[in-house]
Design a protein around this ligand. Sequence first.
Ligand code: GLU
Length: 316
Amino acid sequence: MTELENNRKTAPVVGRFAPTPSGRLHLGNLMCAMLSWLSARAQGGKVLLRIEDLDAARCPFMGENTKYLLDDLAWMGLDFDGEVLWQSKRSEIYDTYCEKLNEKGLLYPCYCSRAELHAASAPHRSDGVPKYDRKCWYRLQAGDPPPAGRKPALRVRVPDAVIGFQDGLQGYYSENLAEDCSDFVVRRSDGVYAYQLAVVVDDGLSGVTEIVRGNDLLDSTPRQMFLQEIFGFSHPVYRHIPLLTDAAGRRLSKRDGDGCMENVRARYTDARPVIGALAAALGLIPTPESISLRELIPLFDWEKLPRDAVLLPEGF
Ligand code: GLU
């Protein structure tokens, strides 16, 4: 066992749930919150809550969404340790870390518009962002002036190196950042920090040791591990959970009514049958029954969980 693994075994577990309040939560989000919470609690650890409200300007209903979000989490019986962290209040902290990238010569301004980026023929990644052709990096090296009248985004230069990790659910995953991803944005042209930077800074400074989140974020992890190394944060344990889908295999979305907490709360005054239905869908209990999160702690075991999709329980 390496020293790092040894430390991990003895260090207290710190989990977290980090929702973006872009709409009312659905059961898929609650399932993620529930698994982060159960995993940390089953190991006697702490769980933190962080509201990822960086893009408040673009999401006018964030305040209202957050109110519902906090209420839905409390209704499920999810309690969190310490103060809630609000990303919208932390841009000065992100400035400091962005400057660290700059000091290491890894940051450069990118003036490419969204249309230019999408017009480039480079393959698109699963998050819909095209792989960057490094046009602005080459422009900078050539000493050519930037286009006039545009505010730049900031990109980080990634190495031609493989970054891999053993995911607790999905197995080994790796990427060569230069080949598979290319230089990515850490601060947008409107000055808003990108998720990739904020998440690493916040998890690192909060001492998070275990990250449980949807497997749609699996391919963000090598980028985040690269930033963790630059900033001197240790790598947390990752568990990317399967997404909750409807019977047709479609992923639930905040826009659809299926599994939306507004409908769930209209039908159920008590959260226990809802928790039981999710727990059965996850294989934690054999059949749906009314149960509280606390009662689920001793029954919790990552080995029981399905690796691919989790089906939305019937009637939701
Ligand atoms: N804020 C992201 C979301 O709501 C999750 C980020 C994370 O867990 O790293 O999808």
